[in-house]
Design a protein around this ligand. Structure first.
Ligand code: GLC
Ligand code: CA
Length: 567
């Protein structure tokens, strides 16, 4: 079976006191007491199965992540988000959870988890847990009970409906992974609802018992050192209670944004409860939301009418873009900066559901230069940035040829269209990329021979060095850290230009050439803040020349220019 690529489609304080998050003295990071850490954070997504294997079974694990915390600290990330490591039949690689408060043996133990968060805290790194709140596995004891009879007390913890009069499914709705959203249960003659796989029945958030149990899950992980959650699939918590048939089931809005299956207002109350739970935990815990929306106005609503719901809803209007096109980016960037009431936007491109940006934006010739354009953009905007493991060394999707002959087996029972972006981290140039001493669950890309951490960490011109420098600038440059966003006109349809300005009027001008040709520009929009004393902070290709009267950029060139401004 193949799972379609989601990216393409959308896709009591005191009890906690001892765990309060405080970066240790001597940590490389300056204090962030000027504002909450998450408003300008870099959150690094780790797919634990593919990051680092510590025991030679070919599957990455929690101890592997712990081994690599020094690396992450050196790179300069504020937090890591771990995709699911809970017991799971792996119909959707962990996103079908069979036990919300356990660690799957292939990833380690609860002790390993506790050590990971302890060691991360020592290094000033927070850890976010992936909370799969819309559905469980069909192997979860709750669902096994629920399906056991119509009168079981947990029957109502899931979404059960009678067949339509003709015996067919209750509605004509389609699931995001294809096929009907309804699965017939022969024993009890009803259908259960699943917006993803049949092995992922949706839970019923209208049921008070389910709600309590889920909130307890959150408190469990907060007690165990988590600094918050990445909330999976937040738009789908409720369905239209009238269960209307879809008059245009194969057209209209895409299946993951239908008005009857997503963004129903009842979900907002749940998210407010969750926000209260993280707000009560010490250390400024946070909710990062997988919150796909059709418009910027809908994205604004995900933060909550009173900004009391998801702190950080991922901006899919930006994250789903795969074509390097300056006017499109200019619009998405300006919208995110100016139509979200100043709330922190969340920028990202790559993820375990998305093609890696080195591949999706690359033209086959200038991929490295293009990756510097996309990363500079994500990392110099006001807001929070997500990185996906390996993007900092310019990892590519695993080529089809390298995956084609790789056998399915006990470590990877099903093929998934998202396998290419989930290949193991490339630490070294060895055959196994330094990921494992055994046989990896997914092939290590042959590119690891040249594209790997060991080689890049020594090379000041490497992609790793580029990312590390961008992260360092975000921390140390006041304008980039929390300065205002100033939209600019570049006077050239291939170039995106904007500036970040701090309270003292110092700023950073960002110029991004999204074309394969050299470009000259004529910048306007300074609103009286004429820049002076310009000097290059970072550029690709490297240069220290800048002429603000007539700036020029190389093909896919990037310039970050420091200036002072005079009104
Ligand atoms: C989210 C996850 C994705 C998963 C889906 C179903 O979109 O990011 O990987 O398949 O939810 O849980
Ligand atoms: Ca392992």
């Amino acid at each position: 079976m193949t799972i379609s690529r989601l990216s393409r489609i959308a896709l009591g304080a005191s009890a906690f006191a001892a765990l309060a998050f405080a970066p240790v003295a001597g940590s490389a990071k300056p204090a962030r007491d000027h504002q909450s850490w998450w408003k300008s954070a870099v959150i690094y997504e780790i797919y634990p199965r593919s990051f680092q294997d510590s025991n030679g079974d070919g599957i990455g694990d929690l101890n592997g992540v712990t081994q690599r915390l020094d690396y992450l600290q050196k790179l300069g990330v504020d937090a890591i988000w771990l995709t699911p490591f809970f017991p799971s039949p792996n119909a959707d690689f962990g996103y079908d959870v069979a036990d919300y408060t356990g660690v799957a043996p292939e990833y380690g133990t609860m002790q390993d988890w506790d050590r990971l968060t302890r060691e991360a805290r020592k290094r000033g790194i927070r850890v976010l847990v992936d909370f799969v709140l819309n559905h469980s596995s069909d192997q979860h004891p709750w669902f096994k009970e629920s399906r056991s009879s119509r009168t079981n007390p947990k029957r109502d913890w899931y979404v059960w409906r009678d067949p339509a009069p003709d015996g067919g499914p209750p509605t004509n709705w389609q699931s995001i992974f294809g096929g009907s959203t309804w699965e017939y249960d022969k024993a009890t003659h009803q259908y259960y609802y699943h917006i993803f796989l049949p092995q992922q029945p949706d839970v019923n958030w209208a049921n008070p018992g389910l709600k309590r149990a889920m909130y307890d899950v959150m408190r469990f992980w907060l007690r165990h050192g988590a600094s918050g959650f990445r909330l999976d699939a937040t738009p789908y918590l409720f369905e239209d209670p009238n269960w209307p048939n879809d008059p245009e089931v194969k057209s209209g809005r895409p299946v993951w944004l239908k008005p009857y299956n997503s963004g129903l207002p009842a979900g907002n109350a749940i998210l407010r409860d969750m926000r209260r739970i993280v707000d009560k935990a010490p250390g400024d815990a946070v909710l990062l939301g997988e919150s796909s929306t059709a418009t910027i106005e809908d994205l604004r609503k995900v933060y909550g009418a009173k900004s009391d719901e998801i702190n950080l809803p991922m901006n899919f209007l930006y994250g789903n873009l795969t074509k390097l096109d300056a006017p499109t980016f200019k619009k998405q960037i300006d919208d995110a900066q100016m139509k979200l009431d100043g709330l922190p936007p969340v920028f990202f491109f790559s993820s375990h559901d998305h093609s890696r940006q080195w591949t999706s934006f690359g033209d086959g010739v200038h991929n490295d230069a293009i990756a510097r354009v996309t990363s500079a953009m994500t990392l110099t905007l006001r807001g929070t940035a997500l990185l996906y493991y390996g993007e900092e060394i310019g990892m590519a999707d695993l080529p089809k040829e390298e995956l084609q002959h790789f056998p399915l087996g006990p470590k990877r029972k099903v093929a998934d269209n998202r396998d290419p972006e989930r290949s193991p981290m490339q630490w070294t140039g060895d055959a196994s990329g330094g990921f494992t001493t055994g046989a990896p669950w997914l092939p290590v890309a042959s590119a690891a021979r040249t594209v790997n951490v060991a080689a890049q960490i020594r090379d000041p011109a490497s992609m790793y060095a580029w990312y590390a420098r961008l992260l360092q600038l975000r921390r140390t440059n006041a304008a980039l850290r929390d300065g205002a966003y100033l939209p600019l006109e570049s006077g050239n349809p291939d170039v995106v230009a904007y500036a970040r300005i701090d309270a003292e009027g110092r700023g950073v001008l960002v110029l991004l050439n999204m074309s394969a040709a050299p470009q000259s520009l004529s910048i306007s929009g300074w609103r009286g803040r004429l820049p002076q004393d310009a000097s290059v902070l970072l550029a690709s290709p490297a240069t220290d020349k800048i002429d603000l009267q007539a700036p020029a950029l190389e093909p896919y060139g990037v310039q970050l220019v420091q200036f002072t401004s005079r009104r």
